[in-house]
Design a binder for this molecule. Structure first.
Ligand SMILES: Nc1nc2c(ncn2[C@@H]2O[C@H](COP(=O)(O)OP(=O)(O)OP(=O)(O)O)[C@@H](O)[C@H]2O)c(=O)[nH]1
Ligand SMILES: [Mg+2]
Length: 451
């Protein structure tokens, strides 16, 4: 969509602090009527960006509250429009009366994410940064918060912009070749172009690796623990969560319902789901548990398939019980019951050997979980990303690869140029340089009111 640099809009109001009782609550107003509303509600001439103690009154002059007012004249504000903040006493009645008074003076209640949307439309933030605000507020771990802050300060956007610039470099080269057909062959086999294309290839891989980590940091990673009864699934949940969350007994069929525990692995939020053991002749309650286990598998990001390492019967391969594309790691539990040299996997055996009883093999399991999630741990200065960003990156890379192929197979500059253009268009959706109204509506509607 086309962004307008001066984006005058009706005036919106919302409570910026959470609902409920608190010492102070903030009402935020943004739009072209801010100055008029301020003049009518406050008894002071406001100095931009200075906190002023004021009486807040309604249009009839009735005193509603007394607190601090902050005025940010547009375009030097969060939204790019004039903004007024009223810091009142944090009671629901007081704040409702302030909002009512602002509405009576011509403003309307803001829709979810509308302040951030205006900031985006007025070029104060790009789309990645606007999303990062919601991610920062919603982050569940310190690592996720730090990553969101990096996105907000432009780390992700800059990486996308750098890749865009590299693609532009390739396009200019190829389009020059098309413009001078008699020299086209030389242009297209130019070593410089091949180097540029190779550099884009590397850049695509790097940004995708970071964005994949960023996606799990934001969304967390859900792991379902499955296997036959009595193999130690609940013991593993307890070991990983560091507490006796699940009942463990030597009776097969102990766990009937789904049990969820949230843990953190090196700053990655992981949700573990313990399930009822899968078997063929369960009673009614256990059958329902198995149905729930299967439902959990359908939505999980990965599965840990537990086996009893001492059970030599070969009838519990993960195979058909699991959904097709679910990444799965086989764990041979109860390794403490094996003889010393049997506790290591033999050649070709990719399973992890573990003792949920002694904790042996736990470090290796944690590394396995991290690599399942595509998470490289803290210190890898990443940013937060969303599935929508990964999808756009995938599409951009596919176009780029098609173009690359057209060049190497058919020496077709035209197709390469067109695919490069499409790749850039897909990348543009990430930062919002090229986004449809539908997409914007969807993104900002997930914000809460007041953001
Ligand atoms: N020696 C040994 N025993 C274990 C280990 N892990 C679990 N057990 C024992 O195995 C039995 C079953 O453990 P659970 O954790 O309840 O197994 P489960 O897979 O959750 O079983 P269901 O809920 O019935 O499907 C218990 O007696 C545990 O103490 C282990 O690593 N070593
Ligand atoms: Mg259990």
């Amino acid at each position: 969509m086309n962004k307008r640099t001066t984006y005058a809009q009706d005036t919106i109001v919302a409570r910026a602090t959470p609902a409920g009782v608190g010492g102070v609550a903030v009402v935020r107003i943004s739009g072209s009527d801010v100055e008029r509303i301020a003049a009518q509600m406050l008894n002071k001439q406001l100095v931009p960006r200075y906190a002023e103690l004021c009486n807040f009154s309604n249009a009839a002059g009735t005193l509603l509250d007394r607190g601090l007012a902050l005025y940010f004249p547009g375009p030097h504000s969060f939204t790019g429009e004039s903004v007024l903040e009223l810091h009142g006493h944090g009671g629901p009645v007081v704040i409702a009366s302030l909002i009512d008074a602002v509405v009576a003076l011509g403003a309307r209640i803001a829709r979810p994410g509308e302040f951030s949307k205006r900031a985006f439309l007025n070029d104060k933030l790009d789309l990645v940064q606007a999303e990062a605000i919601a991610d920062l507020i919603g982050s569940g771990t310190q690592q996720a918060a730090r990553a969101a802050l990096r996105s907000l300060s432009g780390t992700f956007s800059n990486a996308v912009a750098a890749l865009q610039a590299q693609l532009t470099g390739c396009r200019l080269h190829v389009e020059a070749a098309i413009d001078f057909p008699e020299e086209e062959i030389d242009f297209l086999s130019d070593e410089k172009l091949l180097q540029r294309i190779a550099a884009c290839d590397t850049a695509f891989d790097a940004i995708k690796t970071s964005a994949t980590t960023g996606r799990v940091l934001r969304d967390g990673f859900q792991i379902v623990i499955v296997g036959k009864p009595n193999v130690g699934k609940s013991s593993l949940l307890n070991l990983l969560s560091g507490q006796d969350a699940a009942i463990v007994t030597d009776v097969a069929g102990t766990t009937r319902d789904i049990l969820r525990e949230h843990i953190e692995i090196d700053g990655l939020a992981v949700e573990l789901i313990d399930t009822a053991g899968l078997r063929n002749d369960p009673d009614t309650i256990e059958a329902e548990g198995i149905r729930r286990a299967k439902a959990a598998m359908a939505t999980a990001d990965a599965a840990l398939w537990l086996q009893d390492a001492t059970d030599t019967a070969d009838d519990d391969a993960p195979g058909e019980a699991l959904p097709e594309n679910l990444p799965v790691v086989v764990i041979k539990n109860k390794s403490d019951l094996l003889e010393g040299d049997e506790r290591q996997p033999k050649d070709g055996d990719e399973s992890v050997y573990l003792s949920a009883k002694t904790g042996d093999g736990l470090a290796e399991l944690i590394e396995t979980i991290k690599s399942l999630a595509g998470y490289r741990g803290p210190g890898h200065g990443t940013f937060t990303a969303r599935q929508r960003h990964l999808d756009a990156l995938d599409r951009a890379q596919q176009h780029f690869k098609c173009g690359e192929e057209a060049l190497s197979r058919d020496r077709s500059g035209e197709i390469l140029a067109e695919e490069l253009r499409l790749a850039q268009q897909a990348l543009g959706e990430i930062t919002g340089a090229l986004s449809s109204d539908d997409l914007l509506g969807k993104i900002f509607s997930e914000f809460c009111i007041g953001k």
